[in-house]
Design a protein around this ligand. Structure first.
Ligand code: HPA
Length: 269
């Protein structure tokens, strides 16, 4: 099943009709993870939706239980994850409103539970096939190439411009960066900056889930313009961009389910 992880501005997926809510128990938190299953607009294939900040957008980026979320998706039999992340633009291509399908990641986060392979045998025992032995996943291509191509093709078919490239710098938050930090990210080669891209992507790889990201720029990085970054400004850009995000996701869901049907399996790309 294809799963959309929604970020800021996407606590609800417009056009998504919920058929059922799956409450998945995980070894990583007391409360089960609530995943909504249903259909998107006229695409009949079931997809699932997980708002990473919670249904009321109340869980900040550094508190999100990324392990519980990814574990729950794996339990649900997920075959593809499309993550939507709001970012600040650093590269000149990444002005507010621009959507990118990033290719690379630099992780600046700290203190987050960032791996399933942490030697905690008790947790791992209940987490069936996740190995308790020392494991180093390959992360040369942090995003799944097939799902990146699916997003880029879906956008093209909807005449929606996306930048099919870019380096996502993941910062700890919840505060925004200083201009000096943005300059450092720029020197490091980051094209965009967000707070939720990691450890989500790495955990998905550890759990064997194909994963790609659609990043929408909602502001210029701090200091790149004279403007102060406000939540109101971010919300406004998000509400303008949401139509495009939704259209790309809908097309991706259609193409994915068509490919899955012809492959006769759950895997669509
Ligand atoms: N920095 C970090 N995360 C973000 C930003 C930003 O400027 N905008 C949206 N998410």
């Amino acid at each position: 099943m294809l799963v959309v992880i929604g970020g800021t501005g996407l606590n609800q997926l417009p056009g998504f009709s919920v058929a059922r809510e799956e409450l998945v128990v995980t070894p990583y938190q007391a409360a089960p993870v609530a995943i909504l299953c249903g259909t998107l607009a006229d695409c009949k294939t079931e997809i699932a939706f997980l708002p990473r900040h919670g249904a009321r957008h109340s869980v900040p980026p550094h508190i999100i239980n990324y392990r519980a979320n990814i574990f729950a998706l794996r339990e649900l039999g997920t075959t593809a994850v499309l993550a939507v992340n709001a970012v600040g633009g650093i590269n000149k291509n990444m002005g507010p409103g621009v959507i990118a399908v990033p290719r690379q990641i630099i992780d600046y986060t700290y203190g987050r539970a960032h791996t399933f392979f942490d030697g905690q045998v008790i947790a791992l025992e209940s987490a069936d096939k996740l190995s308790a032995s020392v494991t180093h996943i390959d992360f040369t291509e942090p995003y799944d190439a097939g799902l990146r191509a699916l997003l880029v093709r879906s956008a093209a078919e909807q005449n929606i411009a996306v930048w099919p490239d870019g380096v996502y710098g993941a910062t700890q938050g919840p505060r925004l960066e200083t201009p000096a930090e943005i300059k450092r990210l720029q020197r490091d080669g980051c094209d965009m900056v967000g707070m939720t891209g990691m450890p989500e992507a790495a955990l998905a790889r550890e759990a064997g889930l194909p994963y790609a990201c659609m990043a929408i720029s909602v502001n210029w990085g701090a200091g790149l313009t004279d403007d102060v970054i406000t939540m109101d400004g971010i919300r406004q850009i998000l509400s303008q961009g949401m139509g495009n995000i939704r259209a790309v996701l809908l097309q991706a869901a259609k193409l994915y389910s068509k490919a899955a049907e012809s492959a006769g399996s759950g895997g669509g790309v």
